[in-house]
Design a protein around this ligand. Structure first.
Ligand code: 6R9
Length: 574
């Protein structure tokens, strides 16, 4: 564990691992990628072994795996360090009888222990469930309850948000940086992991055995537990090579938190399966800090999101003064539409074309991308990964010709496709309602060169700063507030965040509209769910548009808000 070394890598000419796109597509076989893993020899795998132990066994143990920094800590860990720390936590979990298939959740800020623990969970074949640290009580409880998590890793600061008395299945809590209280199932992570062996035989798994769960929002119902299995490693490894263009000496930085799928698939698995050094920056976003991280660590490959790029763009040239970003070789984006304006700005200030990539929590890995060396059309998400077939379908499942807008669909299966929606097989089947295809919920069109262009979500989900927010979850929280009778939640366009949450609220008897009440209601959602789900705008209405069956018509609210035609109103109440 040394200090961060400021070694700068020479800038290299761009070369594409894909070579010629057409050739790569026609010669591609997933089977060739699988040869990379132990599975090919033994029929068994373990993600944590492939991402960490394997490098130690092959003589790369001293190589830096994790370069961590936040405003107070600055640490580096080698692959050998990660192996040891994850073995230790795996042994702690085994000591408490936790093993294959058990769900073990993590609720903590980005810090090295989060990564040790997540890998430790995977080592023993348990299923990891990372939760974003900004989640509040209800959001945490819903997810732990639905998943049936038996253990949680958290910190003393976040522990008060865990409603333990309502979670009978949650038997063990490991506190990072906290004291034990064994009677109530509270274990001190630091003491426990120091007292067990550093050696561990991983649990050997099949490709269909559990790996990780991420909760994602839908337009109705509670968040969905998207369950991924070991085979996802095939896609993580491959996309790390051909899309992230990871090479042996790269210093790679994915800015996403592991509470979102990008922070695990591409913040943990893709770089480490490829044996590459991964940068993790703790703390909050701040332009100077971010540029400083790139310069100090010598980041060569950088994967971030449109909102972050827009915020950096908004920070202006002042934030760039005196910083040297010449280490950057490849810059990528995911999570929301990447504005052509941002791409042009990236060309100018980073000397790099920002490469957009499209995928979802459910797809587990990248599917439609801009590859290094490829002609980029600003505004397009790019072309399907070799091995992936994408198409635009109408609602009956008919393939549409170029330039027709419709449902963006992917031919099933692919390696990192979710294995199920936890506890909800019916919801899983909805994605597969057209035989042979996965229906993404996005609308898009394809041009005559096979590039895909994002148009919007088919459902009511709101994409604010790259985070999908389910309107139903916010509405449910809103109506818990004593003043709120009914609530309808929509996304409205926002220059910085893509979209923001706007709530239309009808008040209960005895309450009257006021700015104070708006602020109070917004704070109520912030405290109950999370800051990003809280409405940034609230409008009080005497009555909300509803269907005759009583469903609030978000579509109508949205059309009125945006001064657009509201479409078919045949089901409206009055
Ligand atoms: C990885 C991730 C998925 C939804 C997806 C789409 C939007 C993702 C995008 C994009 C336009 C891109 N999205 N990438 N929209 N251009 N390059 O973001 O997963 O949080 O599940 O969000 O995000 O609407 O359906 P997730």
């Amino acid at each position: 564990m040394g200090k961060v070394h400021g070694e700068r890598l020479p800038r290299r000419a761009h070369h594409s691992n894909l070579g010629d796109y057409g050739q790569a597509v026609s010669h591609f076989k997933w089977g060739d990628v699988e040869r990379q893993f132990t599975w090919y020899e033994t029929g068994k795998v373990n993600m944590a072994y492939e991402a960490v132990d394997r490098h130690v066994e092959e003589g790369r143990g001293d190589k830096t795996a994790l370069l961590y920094s936040d405003p107070v800590r600055e640490e580096a860990y080698s692959f050998a360090d990660l192996k040891e720390q994850s073995n230790r936590f795996g042994n702690v979990l085994r000591k408490y009888g936790i093993g294959k298939g058990d769900r073990v959740f993590l609720f903590m800020p980005r810090q090295p222990e989060l990564y040790f623990c997540l890998l430790g969970i995977l080592k023993i074949g348990a299923v990891a469930g990372p939760l974003f640290e900004a989640f509040m009580e209800t959001a945490v409880k819903d997810r732990l309850e639905d998943s049936g998590a038996v253990a949680l890793v958290t910190t003393p600061e976040l522990l008060p948000r865990v409603k333990r008395e309502e979670l009978p299945e949650l038997r063990h809590i490991f506190l990072v940086g906290g004291d034990a209280d064994e009677e109530s199932g509270l274990h001190a992570y630091d003491l426990e992991s120091a007292s067990v062996s550093a050696e561990l035989e991983p649990e050997w798994l099949g490709l269909e055995d559990g790996l990780i769960m991420h909760y994602t929002s839908g337009s109705t119902g509670k968040p969905k537990g998207v369950y991924h299995v070991q085979r996802a490693m095939i896609q993580h490894y491959y996309t790390g090579k051909v899309v992230l263009d990871l090479q042996k000496d790269d210093i790679y930085w994915c800015t996403a938190d592991p509470g979102w799928v990008t922070g695990t698939s591409y913040g943990i698995f893709a770089p480490w399966l490829n044996g590459v050094t991964s940068v993790v920056r703790g703390g909050r976003f701040n332009p100077r800090d971010w540029y400083d991280t790139i310069e100090r660590c010598g980041v060569t490959v950088w994967y971030s999101a449109p909102t972050a790029f827009r915020m950096l763009m908004g920070a202006g040239s002042e934030s760039l003064r005196g910083v040297d970003l010449s280490s950057l070789r490849h810059v990528l984006s995911v999570g929301e539409p990447l504005n052509p304006e941002v791409i042009r700005w990236g060309d100018k200030v980073y000397g790099q074309r920002i490469h957009d990539t499209w995928w979802m929590t459910e797809t587990g890995g990248m599917l439609i991308c801009n590859y290094p060396g490829m002609d980029i059309k600003p505004g397009s998400m790019g072309r399907p990964l070799p091995g992936i077939t994408a198409a635009i379908l109408d609602d009956q499942g008919k393939e549409l010709p170029p330039y027709s807008m419709g449902n963006l669909a992917i031919r099933t299966p692919w390696p990192s496709m979710m294995e199920r929606i936890w506890n909800n097989p019916a919801r899983y089947e909805e994605y597969l309602r057209i035989p042979g295809w996965y229906i993404s919920g996005d609308s898009a069109y394809m041009d005559d060169e096979g590039y895909f262009w994002f148009q919007g979500r088919v459902d009511d989900c709101i994409n604010s700063s790259g985070e999908l927010i389910g309107p139903f979850e916010v509405e449910s929280k809103l109506v818990e507030h004593p003043a709120v009778a009914e609530a309808g939640v929509i996304g409205i366009p926002d220059a910085l965040r893509g979209e923001i949450v706007k709530a239309f609220i009808s008040l209960r008897e005895g309450y009257s509209p006021s700015e104070t009440l708006k602020a109070e209601i917004a704070a109520f959602v912030r405290a109950g769910l999370s800051a990003h789900a809280a409405p940034r705008e609230i409008e009080f209405k005497d009555k909300l548009p509803k269907t005759r069956s009583g469903k609030i018509m978000r579509r109508v609210l949205k059309a009125r808000e945006l001064h657009q035609p509201a479409g078919d109103l045949s089901t409206i109440e009055d």
